[in-house]
Design a protein around this ligand. Structure first.
Ligand code: NAD
Ligand code: MN
Length: 362
């Protein structure tokens, strides 16, 4: 028997609602494995409520505490009353950067039965995955406010983006290695190097250099504004898309909306050196507009559990979860954001039922 220790951070808003459902799926798998593997969870109540009570988003030694786990399962943070930059930097970014989770992968799944918004005859054949640089770039936190000297109303703020050759090279190599495992073996790099002549020109140069080591991988390069349009107009052209921290964040929301909803997008913050645990979370935020109503779509979070299973070496279970999600949407069991009427618990019940069915057939 193998026991995986999982740190669970539900966070705020719908984060709490969808994590609960993800844990039900994991529990179901563990139960039916009949002792082959088990999950041991520790729950951490960190987030905006915690902040309002304690003046901080997480414990002082929170990042260090995470090192005791095999993986971190994360809901979402952010809630009205706490500035978004406080909740983001105080928890999610603190963990990603503290544990060197420098690669964020975000597959875009075109699921059967989910109304997509894309110009393609067979969207389910698309195989997009976004690779987001997750340690520096526009999220380096370098900058400041209150620069003096311009008189009243003349405050100046500076927000810098940091691109190191090392950080850039490792994420680009990661994207190429990932492309080698996929159908088309194609990497598309996205920058804005016409306007940002330092960091993004360095990125382009590193991309060209690394590409030489992967003659079997097709490459393509775009400016981010044109790529936003390209996502919509030529979806067949994309497979692995690698971009900086900010650009990949924006493009992943676009990708998931094209696939149907932000609620179905999964992601993994990987510490590829395996020196620290990785963190698995949906792409969406805490969605205060629907929080507490029980209608949030849990697919992004359940899909993130599948990425976690895969990372833990439970490849077959990961595939089964993805299959059960596709079976469920294919049966027309959909939450409101993807055109149905099911609530958070109902769609998870159906996914679990489909999981059991897959097992019986196997
Ligand atoms: P959001 O992703 O929370 O919501 C955007 C829209 O998508 C909303 O209309 C919401 O109802 C809908 N939506 C999102 N997830 C859904 C789901 N699972 N099912 C159904 N509908 C869903 O983004 P936002 O409104 O810009 O941000 C809200 C808060 O979340 C802010 O505080 C923000 O900082 C935070 N945020 C956190 C993370 C994170 O924790 N990783 C990511 C993004 C935003
Ligand atoms: Mn985002």
């Amino acid at each position: 028997e193998q026991t995986f220790k999982i740190a669970v951070i539900p966070g705020d808003g719908i984060g709490k609602e969808v994590i609960k459902e993800g844990l039900r799926v994991l529990d179901h798998l563990a139960e039916e494995s009949e002792g082959k593997f088990a999950f041991e969870y520790d729950h951490f109540p960190w987030g905006c409520e915690y902040y309002l009570e304690h003046g901080k988003m997480m414990d002082e030694d929170g990042v260090e505490k995470m090192r005791n786990y095999d993986a971190i399962y994360f809901g979402a943070v952010g809630f009205p009353g706490v500035p978004d930059h406080v909740s983001l930097w105080g928890l999610r970014l603190a963990i990603c950067q503290g544990l060197d989770q420098w690669a964020n992968i975000r597959p875009v799944e075109f699921l059967p039965g989910v109304p997509h918004r894309i110009n393609h005859p067979d969207p389910e054949s698309l195989n997009w995955i976004l690779v987001r640089e997750n340690s520096e770039g526009e999220y380096s936190g370098i900058g400041g406010r209150n620069f003096q000297g311009r008189g009243p109303g003349g405050e100046v703020a500076v927000q810098s983006a940091l691109f190191t050759e090392k950080g850039t090279e490792r994420i680009i190599r990661f994207a190429f290695d990932l492309a080698r495992t996929r159908k088309r073996k194609k990497v598309t790099s996205v920058t804005k190097s016409n306007a940002q002549q330092y960091g993004m020109v360095l990125w382009d140069e590193v991309f060209a250099r690394v590409a030489k080591d992967y003659p079997d991988v097709e490459t393509d390069q775009w400016l981010v504004d044109a790529m936003a349009a390209h996502f919509v107009l030529h979806p067949e052209d994309l497979e692995v898309v690698v971009a900086s921290n900010l650009f990949a964040d924006i493009l992943s929301d676009l990708g998931s909306a094209l696939a149907g909803s932000l609620g179905i997008a999964a992601s993994a913050n990987l510490s590829p050196d395996k020196s620290a645990p990785s963190m698995f979370e949906s792409v969406h935020g805490s969605a205060p507009d629907i929080a507490g109503k029980g209608i949030a779509n849990p697919i992004g979070t359940i899909g993130s559990a599948a990425l976690m299973l895969d990372h833990l070496g439970l490849k077959e279970e990961a595939e089964r979860v993805n299959q059960a999600i596709a079976d469920t949407t294919g049966q027309g069991i959909l939450t409101r954001d993807i055109g149905g009427t099911a609530d958070t618990v109902e769609i998870t019940d159906a996914i679990i039922k489909n999981l059991s069915k897959v097992n019986v057939e196997a």
